[in-house]
Design a protein around this ligand. Structure first.
Ligand SMILES: Nc1nc2c(ncn2[C@@H]2O[C@H](COP(=O)(O)OP(=O)(O)O)[C@@H](O)[C@H]2O)c(=O)[nH]1
Ligand SMILES: [Mg+2]
Length: 469
């Protein structure tokens, strides 16, 4: 194929390498598509060249990425080139002879090379090739033959190491061998534990190899913008959720048994957290996890939000620091509480996380009590949401495991007992909560509270969670 006749704007990148080195995983991560191709720890799952385009924000094609099957028998290909092609012809000419031989089922071929032929056609047609290396592997001669095939194609090659963790020594040996083949620029990339800066460096490295690299620069630029936008949108989703929960309240009669109302409120909060979580997952284009062909929920089973033990594990203080000093939360005996509230009934079951505010003068006069969500639970919800957001920003689309939504060593977004003012204000405004339907925000004050909370959460995400001490 004549490269110069192609659309100038499009850079085609062929992803080459042995089976199971992580080619398809790399594609998934770069495409933000956990469903792309088939990933299995079995040989040669990818049998065809699968081409996918990456578009710019106006829908114009920037990059064509080609996933290829494993280049299984590069040694056989090199043997054929040596025995049956002219040593003084250039690499592409010699590879063309090989491709012709495969196309015509030439009897000189020792075996079926149709898979290798597919890879080589993709390689010759591409502007750049990424050669994916499993960093755990020693430098075997079959890999040297793969590199010889790559070199014959004349296509610029960027070696990309995968499975990099703990394999630095091996990578050094690889780098030495690669630089003897004039491959001085290499890239290390983990397709499972995603690192955004690493991806940006990858596009940059590819741009230096490509003659028409404007589309790579554009892609890099757009991804950078989107990445910051997503941090802000994700944070706004969390802030909005927290305002909803903080302003959620119910009034009951002074002498009424609060248990049924509390339990209904807990259900509403749990559902609201679920919705917030799926919004975040969608924002980052994570939908399902595929584990052994079963589609399971991408979020792992977690401890119940209102299980008091969870607060303790997060180190969230439950007593004191609340509006009234009276918190139904972890470690508080429900029967004692019932008695202290003068309810005369023991509250059955676990009914943590809700704050009965019996102290306002207005409530007293009206003979009612107001139930709201307590500070500790709001802190827990915020911490969990922030952790999920952070996790999604460091998860490659090649990850196959479920996300654990609880990481109890996560830094809290604020000191317990020091709930942000925005949430304290929201608590006094039940009409701001959408937990029972629509909310009202006539003066845009709700938006203001949510924005103020966002500033705080974004800072927590980008400083404390990004650089844990
Ligand atoms: N731990 C880890 N596993 C990976 C990584 N990349 C790929 N894998 C796993 O390696 C196996 C082969 O990956 P796959 O992308 O199908 O390789 P391909 O044959 O080159 O397309 C799969 O089980 C992947 O989940 C990585 O960076 N880290
Ligand atoms: Mg594959």
């Amino acid at each position: 194929m004549n490269k110069s006749s192609k659309n100038k704007y499009l850079v085609t990148i062929s992803v080459i390498g042995h089976t199971n080195v992580g080619k398809t995983s790399l594609m998934r991560t770069l495409l933000r598509d956990a469903e792309f191709g088939e990933v299995k720890n079995e040989s040669a799952t990818t049998r065809h060249v699968a081409a996918v385009n990456i578009l710019d924000k106006h829908g114009k094609v920037l990059i064509g990425l080609h996933d290829t099957p494993g280049l299984e028998d590069a040694t056989g290909v090199m043997d054929f080139l040596q025995d049956h092609t002219d040593g003084r012809a250039d690499g592409v000419e010699r590879l063309q002879v090989f491709l012709q031989a495969v196309a015509s089922s030439d009897p000189r071929l020792s075996e079926d090379f149709s898979q290798e032929a597919k890879v080589i056609r993709s390689l010759i047609a591409a502007d750049i090739a990424m050669y994916v290396i499993d960093a755990r592997e020693p430098v075997l001669s079959k890999y040297k033959d793969e590199l010889a095939v790559l070199a014959s194609s004349g296509t610029p090659v960027l070696p990309v190491f995968n499975f990099i963790k703990g394999n630095e020594e091996n990578m050094a040996t690889w780098r030495e061998m690669l630089s003897r083949r004039a491959l001085h620029v290499t890239h290390a990339f983990d397709t499972v534990a995603f690192d955004f800066e690493g991806e940006m460096a990858l596009w940059q490295n590819l741009a230096t190899l490509s003659m028409d690299h404007q589309s790579l620069i554009t892609l890099r630029h757009e991804r950078q913008e989107t990445w910051q936008d997503m941090a802000e949108v994700g944070t706004a989703i969390i802030a909005d959720f927290l305002v909803n929960v903080a302003s959620f309240s119910k009034k009951i009669e002074e002498n009424e048994d609060p248990a049924p109302t509390l339990s209904a409120m807990q259900t509403a909060v749990r559902q609201s957290e679920d919705i917030m979580q799926s919004k975040l997952l969608h924002l980052y284009q994570f939908y399902h996890a595929h584990i052994d062909d079963d589609e399971v929920s991408i979020l792992g089973k977690e401890q119940d939000l209102f299980d008091g033990e969870l607060l303790t594990r997060y180190g969230i203080r439950t007593a004191g620091g609340s509006v009234t000093g009276m918190v139904i939360g972890a470690g508080i005996d429900m029967a004692t509480l019932g008695a202290s509230l003068g309810l005369g009934t023991a509250l059955g079951g676990v009914l943590g996380g809700l704050l009965p505010n019996t102290s306002t003068i207005r409530d007293k006069a009206m003979g009612v009590q107001t139930l709201t969500i307590d500070d500790a639970t709001l802190t827990l919800l915020a911490t969990r949401a922030q952790h999920l957001h952070h996790t999604l920003r460091h998860r490659g689309h090649a990850s196959l495991h479920a996300i654990k939504s609880d990481a109890t060593d996560t830094a809290l977004p604020w000191q317990t007992g020091k709930l942000p003012n925005a949430l304290k204000k929201a608590r006094a405004r039940p009409h701001y909560s959408s937990l029972e339907g629509r909310y009202e925000d006539n003066m845009s004050l709700r938006q203001e509270l949510s924005d103020r909370l966002s500033v705080l959460l974004l800072d927590h995400l980008q400083t404390k969670l990004a650089n844990p001490t």
